[in-house]
Design a protein around this ligand. Structure first.
Ligand code: PRP
Length: 180
């Protein structure tokens, strides 16, 4: 384990097993005719998307948005910027947002409100991690991988100061690292 990691919160095996379960639920919900567009919110969700789609059995597209919130690296400010928008029109399309984590809910709230104005046929949300204890704005989430406590997590797409996204597990950062 890396020096900055206090403990493993979710192992590689736990993550992969849960993703397979989520994909099973999605396979039961969507058909080839729906051909939903999966919208991966970069950067954090890139590994989740990559592992998820390999279990999906219905026809689908993948697309990407880069969003960023102003503020420090450990705290969301509630002000969200779109740095890269979708390349295609979602009007009349079934859309599923793929996120790594919902924390205060501000990012997802902004994305949902923004995409709603484009009139998709349906708009759903899948997040690998959910921190309900931190919620400041209520947001609907259709698929949740894991509900987690309020700890600073990194790995499997999630960063600390842009590092550690490559970890195969999700770990808790040692508090002394971000209090430095
Ligand atoms: C993270 C995460 C979510 C958002 C959740 O993104 O990927 O998009 O924060 O926080 P919230 O619910 O409090 O709004 P971040 O801005 O850190 O960008 P990244 O995915 O590129 O790391």
């Amino acid at each position: 384990m890396h020096n900055d990691v206090e403990k493993t919160l979710l192992s590689e095996a736990q993550i992969q097993a849960r993703i397979e379960e989520l994909a099973g639920e999605m396979n039961a919900l969507y058909s080839d005719d729906d051909a939903p567009m999966l919208v991966c919110i970069l950067k954090g969700a890139f590994l989740f998307l990559a592992d998820l789609v390999r279990h999906l059995e219905f026809r689908h597209e993948v697309n990407f948005m880069v969003v960023s919130s102003y503020g420090s690296s450990t705290k969301s400010s509630g002000i969200v910027r779109i740095l890269l928008d979708l390349e295609s029109n979602i009007k009349g399309r079934h859309v599923m947002i793929v996120e790594d984590i919902v924390d205060t809910g501000h990012t997802l709230d902004y994305i949902l409100r923004n995409l709603s104005t484009r009139h998709p046929a349906s708009l759903r949300v899948a997040t690998l991690l959910n921190k309900p204890s931190r919620r400041e704005v209520q947001v609907p989430v259709d698929f949740v991988g894991f509900e987690i406590p309020d700890e600073f997590v990194m790995g499997y797409g999630l960063d600390y100061a842009e590092f550690y996204r490559n970890l195969r597990y999700i770990g808790v950062l040692k508090p002394e690292v971000y209090q430095r």
